[in-house]
Design a protein around this ligand. Sequence first.
Ligand code: GLA
Length: 408
Amino acid sequence: MQASKPILLALLALSSLASAAQAPATTKANHAAAPVLAATPPMGWNSWNFFARNVNDQDIRNAADQMVATGMKDAGYIYVNIDDTWEGDRDADGVLHTNSKFPDMKALADYVHSRGLKIGIYSGPGSKTCAGFAASLDHEVQDAQLYASWGIDYLKYDLCSFRRDQMAAKAPNDKAEQMRMMVSAYEKMGKALKDTGRPIVFSLCQYGWDSPWEWAPALGGNLWRTTGDVQANWGSIYNIINQQAGLAKYAGPGHWNDPDMLEVGNGKLTLAENRSHFSLWAMLAAPLLAGNDLPNMKPEVKAILTNADVIAIDQDRLGRQGTHVYSDGEVDVWARHLSGGAMAIAVLNAGSDRVATHPFHLSLARLDLHGPQKGKDLWTGKDVTLTENMPIELDSHDTLLVRIASPK
Ligand code: GLA
């Protein structure tokens, strides 16, 4: 017997429902929410720490080339970020143009993309950037649209002149009002970026003012600076590390505490200091934005920046930032919980060399660990077993970084 038309239609509808139910995940994903932007802390390179004001188009192209040639890209460094000093003047329509150092931003973005990388740019909510170039005040939507039209993937938005020309000028005696003005300026750019429809990582650079970890995620911030500017010396780096304790609960996939960009390979940092800097940034689930001279990177610096085991700690998909567990004199012990029940432990010696006469004794009990723990020393690559009160010799400013796969 042939089915009547209405029955046929009903059968067809049923069978399409059934095939939809069996459709592969890829088909369903079309309707799923967009992937989380900055699901792990952003990794890349930024021009400021090495070039400061002297960066130009060719430097950015060279950086992109070097990211590929050195293996940085393969290690996970994806963003090539232009910091301050690319900006020119606005035309009669308010459209911002680049200055002569950056003749064609769209072409530069295309070049960076052609290397399989992403590109970042810089502005701020005030009338001027920190280096005195045009910033986005009253042009937020226009600028966000411009970035999107160039193919920009990341914006670092730096408070700078907004403090003076807006906050201090408009609410000179009302600090709370100044902070509200600051938050709403960041909100404005967060919305403008979102409205472009392009996924653009939003990096707040306002030096940790007014506890941005409490309000930045809600306005679309993917990362926010927690402190003032990092410098390429141990004092600056260790000072910043100490200011991160207690912030772990605010970090997670899509939104990260930013203790500022990396100085690994810059200034007079020793190898031990470079290792400690990189180890602690990984423990802190910090964005890893290298800031060194890529074409002249020394092999030992490259070995630190591309250590896959250390990067894996930073990029752990759980996104749980490490915590400071205890200090004993000038030795600090940090721990981080990782996916799969694993754990990372960092023992940082901020004091003088600890040698065989009076080594550091690691307390596993204070880490809530019981009995010998099998792990891997991520800087030597060798297996280690940690035991209660074991003596540890550690050079000044160096860090022992151990991953324990199955902590007990
Ligand atoms: C501020 C920021 C730095 C850098 C400069 C550029 O100081 O904190 O990271 O972007 O401005 O002028």
